[in-house]
Design a binder for this molecule. Structure first.
Ligand SMILES: *Cc1c(COP(=O)(O)O)cnc(C)c1O
Length: 545
């Protein structure tokens, strides 16, 4: 039996020492090294850490808090074991989704706050780390074309959080005072495209608007919102006397990097405000959680092309920039540094063109008597969260400082070059049809067909003609089977890790179109791994036939 004093002495060794103790400090660093070393031993040539492992939830739910204490060493092993079977997102044969591999400064930005635990709730509790938030907000605001002197921004719990902010601000503009009184009567609506992320619906339902008050507008084949339909629908809503809480422009859709025309949407919004003499301006939010990073091309000289991107890449980057350079027209913007900024999760911020918009969400001092007694930087007055980790802004700062505009241009340019190469190679295969051939981003969607299918004609027919619905369904199933084989191969550590989307879009007659997806996010991607995708598909096709 040990008494609590003995336990305490043991436990104290399991914390970083508050006062310099060189021996113990070194041991702490060593513990981190040992853990990393153990993870490194799980690396091979394969895109997976260690051996592929079934995720056994049934066993996991048997877990209970142990009775006795453990040691740093043993726990470290257990934690590292949990990484077994993880995909290595930075591996060139991992092309799963828009999940970026974090760079080392991004990782340090997460690690350091984990040790000193700043709380961004207030300046008091975060000190210099609050500056990281202010720095990143200004850097990114300027990058996107906002004036950092009048814009504002705050980190939150993900892209979903950025939408929650935007819609709540929009509600307050459409129905002033409802932060206090709540909503009653006719609820305002949120309008977005049918390719907008479902997080918009999540936010709308959690905010009490309900899914029925999210109006979705059809998209064109390139996945951008059909602005003429948007205008018609907005006019209809306004005629009915409905209030509009938020119009969401998706700047980079999740599945296909579709880019809405923010410029036109902005024009439509302003015209309708005048036409209907609205006493408020409907919030225009840019969900740019994926696309924001392309802002680094705002001031890239495409004719000089000093980074020497290939022609097709240059065209794709210029095409994206054509839409992205209007980001500053939005009243608010959502940014995920953890999607395309090479920072680890969670690193997301919402930006407002006019910092005063955030004050619409502000609590009064009376509700928070124990906080904000000092300092001038107190985002906790209006943030949804109370405690807020410093790791989001520190990770973003680390990544932005490392990369600069040149580094981001280099990485994004490379990813787009690889995706262009893949699209080229896939298009050359008679059995494959690329579904987004004119896409500007790093994502490629394609469908695979049996040898008997004429892939020059058929994809168009199944998209437009309801007579082909039975074949559409059969080939949806065919693609699922091909994908399952590719995936099984990938899980064994060979081949390429891709993903599948059940409904990358609908046919003209309302049926879901399945597609296989390659999302290239690794700085280590290269030509030979593009060929690996083709090889893997061919092997899978043979097996299905
Ligand atoms: C991923 C994504 C979201 C949700 O962001 P999280 O950071 O995953 O919460 C919202 N919108 C778009 C367009 C996305 O791709």
């Amino acid at each position: 039996m040990t008494n609590y004093r003995d336990n305490l002495n043991i436990l104290r060794r399991a914390f970083p020492q508050p006062v310099s103790d060189q021996e113990h400090d070194a041991w702490f660093v060593f513990s981190v090294l040992r853990a990393l070393d153990r993870v490194d031993k799980m690396k091979s040539q394969r895109p997976i850490l260690g051996e592929p492992k079934e995720v056994n939830i049934a066993a996991a739910i048997e877990s209970r808090v142990p009775e006795s204490m453990s040691t740093v060493e043993l726990v470290s092993r257990d934690l590292v074991d949990h990484l077994e079977g993880m995909f290595i997102w930075g591996h060139p044969r991992a092309q799963v989704n828009v999940i970026n591999p974090p760079c080392i400064p991004g990782i340090l930005g997460t690690l350091l706050p984990a040790i000193y635990n700043p709380n961004l709730c207030s300046e008091e509790a975060s000190r210099g780390v609050a500056l990281a938030e202010a720095e990143v907000v200004s850097m990114t605001a300027a990058l996107m074309g906002y004036d950092p002197a009048t814009a504002g921004g705050v980190f939150t719990f993900g892209g979903t959080g950025t939408l929650l902010y935007a819609i709540r601000i929009g509600i307050e503009k459409a129905l002033p005072g409802t932060m206090q009184t709540g909503m009653s009567g006719d609820l305002p609506v949120v309008v977005c495209s049918d390719q907008a992320h479902y997080a918009a619906k999540t936010a709308a339902s959690w905010l009490g608007l309900g899914l029925n008050n999210v109006v979705t507008i059809a998209t064109a084949p390139n996945n951008e919102i059909r602005t003429c339909l948007l205008e018609t629908e907005l006019r209809r809503l306004l005629k009915e006397g409905r209030r509009i809480a938020c119009i969401i422009a998706t700047m980079g859709t999740t599945d296909a990097f579709g880019l809405d025309s923010l410029e036109q949407i902005h024009q439509i919004r302003d015209d309708l405000v005048r036409e209907f003499s609205l006493d408020y301006v409907p919030q225009l939010h840019a969900d740019a959680v994926i696309g924001w990073a392309w802002s680094v091309f705002r001031d890239y000289d495409f004719s000089q092309n000093s980074l020497e991107f290939p022609d097709r890449t240059l065209r794709a980057l210029a095409g994206a920039n054509r839409r992205m350079r209007h980001l500053h027209l939005a009243d608010s913007i959502g940014v995920d540094y953890h999607k395309t900024g090479f920072a680890p999760y969670i690193s997301s911020a919402v930006f407002v063109k006019d910092a005063r918009d955030l004050q619409l969400l502000s609590r009064t001092q009376a509700t928070t008597p124990y906080l904000f007694q000092s300092g001038e930087y107190n985002p906790g007055r209006f943030t949804l969260e109370t405690s807020r980790s410093g790791s989001g802004p520190m990770a973003a700062l680390g990544a932005l400082q490392l990369l600069g505009k040149t580094g981001l241009r280099t990485l994004l340019g490379h990813l787009v070059t690889m995706a262009e190469t893949l699209r080229n190679r896939l298009s050359a295969q008679p059995s494959i049809s690329v579904m987004n051939p004119d896409n500007f981003g790093p994502v490629t969607l394609f469908r695979v067909y049996p040898d008997s299918v004429d892939t020059f004609e058929f994809p168009k027919l199944e998209q437009t003609n309801a007579d082909y619905a039975p074949q559409l369904h059969a080939y949806n199933e065919y693609n699922r089977r091909v994908f399952r084989i590719i995936h099984a191969e990938a899980m064994r550590g060979d081949g390429v890790v891709l993903s599948m989307t059940d409904r990358f879009r609908e046919t003209d007659y309302g049926q879901p179109v399945v597609a296989i997806k390659s999302y290239i996010m690794s700085p280590f991607s290269d030509q030979q791994y593009v060929q690996a995708v083709i090889d893997s598909i061919e092997r899978a096709r043979k097996q299905v036939e």
